[in-house]
Design a protein around this ligand. Structure first.
Ligand code: ATP
Ligand code: MG
Length: 500
């Protein structure tokens, strides 16, 4: 047995350059069968790129990839799959109009003679879904599933292929605590059966629970591999950043003047099918958190407030102006900006530059007379890239070429550009690294201090105390509880969320 054969996967001295960026700079990586290895690093460190090399989606410019002792060479995805690599990519890749089963067997639909064997496909899909503890009907079109369910189906699809190497690139970013626990459980079981699992996540708690070792990447290099047990946040963050950084701390309560006209007033709002009566005020200067279980209707509420979905009853008021039937165009004019939870489907225009993706929220600000000025676009975009610390070769780079976390920052940049006074942020730190999270919290606080009102939705309960003045929890279609200042703790939010 040669050295390479001991490893389920091995990468040697891999380099990869894209125009203007060195994504991998001599990365080494190896993993043994049955091992769970976390891959950590700030946004743009090269994690997804390293994974694409192992999955055969892309080839390194130099260096080598071995799977189970065999060189991947020029074989691409097909060869990697043959060798037992199965991957859940950071951005969902299901085909929305096909069923769950069809997606799980994509590219390998079973046939009897010339006909696709739907029965077999359905049966086997249900089996895998069942093994993973998922109650999802295999015949449902994927488009009708929630984002979380889609993420779980992606995992089920990868597991179905009986991999030797299972790669999960941020598999839990759209999931809440209960589903995360399920995924971690599945990962543990799969590893126990001898599968090597590579696990990318920005959630350190999760990594400590599931991983044997942690490989930290920085600037395209694999800096160090340490045991996961006992690894402190401090130690990990220092390795990631190559130094110390500002830590996000609980918000110091400030006095918000709630006597004036609210920026946004929501009155007995009904949005089919989940919201059955929601009332609250959002004042200037306030960051209002929205907690609730997955499927509690937070996204629906935000979408209705942004004018994307119709209101069935009730009304909203923006600075005292009553609005019965908000349209998106009208709400935008009134200063409402939404960053959607599903970045890929709703948030970005992949082929356009980072610059255009940001300034599109308000072309007026970058126009002279009737025409858009490239000079003004460039200036505005450069400033936003700086303010948000977006890692991109140039402001004009297509946004699809950015790492996941950097795409997310650009989506937030859009509403900075529009100078929105009412910000509706749906999972704004999804896929964002620890340092950038702290930056986003600070930015949100700054915007509030300058007079904006922010509605902040997050399934990561830890972040609500770091950014919110007040937290409402949504339950059973309405507001169930309200927490202020020091009451905003993970335990309290959790208790309020779970309480029936
Ligand atoms: N197809 C591409 N074209 C141009 N640049 C790219 C491409 N893919 C990745 N890059 C660049 O390579 C660098 C590494 O990106 P990668 O996606 O590997 O980061 P990551 O560690 O996965 O980050 P994140 O945590 O944000 O997902 C980034 O600067 C990214 O913009
Ligand atoms: Mg990535």
């Amino acid at each position: 047995m040669t050295d390479d054969e001991v490893f389920a996967a091995r990468v040697r001295n891999a380099t990869k350059a894209y125009p203007g960026v060195v994504a991998l700079d001599g990365a080494d990586f190896d993993i043994a069968p049955g091992e769970v290895r976390a891959l950590l690093g700030r946004n743009g460190a090269g994690k997804s790129t390293l994974i694409r090399m192992i999955a055969g989606v892309d080839r390194p410019d130099s260096g080598e990839v071995h799977i189970g002792g065999s060189p991947l060479g020029d074989g691409g995805v097909r060869r990697a799959v043959e060798l037992g690599v199965s991957t859940v990519y950071q951005e969902l890749s299901l085909v929305p109009w096909l069923s769950v089963a069809e997606n799980m067997f994509l590219g390998a639909w079973p046939r009897t003679g010339p006909r696709i064997d739907y029965e077999l496909m359905g049966r086997e899909s249900n089996e895998v879904l069942g093994q993973l503890g998922l109650h999802i009907d295999a015949e449902r079109p994927v488009a009708t599933l929630s984002l979380a369910e889609q993420q779980l189906v992606e995992i089920a699809r990868a597991v179905r292929q009986n991999p030797k190497v299972l790669i999960l690139d941020e598999p839990t970013s759209a999931l809440a605590a209960a589903e995360v626990a399920m995924v971690l459980d599945v990962v543990g079981r799969i590893a126990a059966s001898g599968v090597a699992v590579i696990y990318v996540s920005h959630r350190l708690d999760e990594i400590r629970q599931v991983a044997d070792g942690i490989t930290v990447m920085r600037d395209g290099r694999t800096i160090k591999t340490i045991p996961a047990k006992g690894a402190t946040t401090q130690e990990i963050v220092e390795l990631m950043l190559g130094g110390v950084t500002e830590a996000a701390t609980q918000v110091t309560p400030i006095d918000i003047d709630r006597s004036g006209t609210p920026l946004l007033a929501v009155r007995d709002l009904v949005v089919a099918p989940k919201i059955t009566g929601v009332t609250f005020d959002l004042h200037p200067g306030e960051v209002l958190g929205l907690g609730g279980l997955l499927g509690s209707g937070r996204t629906e509420l935000l979408r209705a407030l942004a004018g994307f979905d119709p209101i069935a009853a009730g009304h909203i008021e923006v600075e005292g102006e009553r609005i019965e039937n908000p349209t998106n165009a009208r709400m935008k004019r009134l200063g409402v900006g939404l960053t959607p939870e599903n970045r890929k489907a709703e948030g970005i225009v992949p082929m356009l530059g980072v610059d255009e993706n940001m300034v599109m929220s308000d072309f007026g600000r970058v126009s002279t007379g009737p025409s858009i000025s490239t000079g003004l676009v460039h200036r505005a975009a450069t400033e936003l890239v700086r303010r948000l610390g977006i890692k991109t070769a140039r402001p004009q780079t297509p946004i699809a070429d950015l790492s996941g976390g950097n795409q997310q920052k650009a989506v937030i940049g859009r509403w900075l550009h529009a100078d929105s006074r009412i910000l509706l942020l749906d999972e704004p730190t999804r896929g964002v690294d620890v340092e950038a999270k702290a930056q986003i919290y600070r930015l949100v606080r700054e915007l509030a201090a300058a007079g904006a009102g922010v509605l902040f939705v997050s399934g990561e309960l830890e972040e609500l105390p770091l950014v919110c003045d007040r937290v409402l929890t949504l339950h059973g279609g309405g507001i169930r509880s309200e927490l202020h200042g020091a009451e905003i703790t993970v335990d309290n939010i959790l208790a309020a969320t779970m309480a029936v």
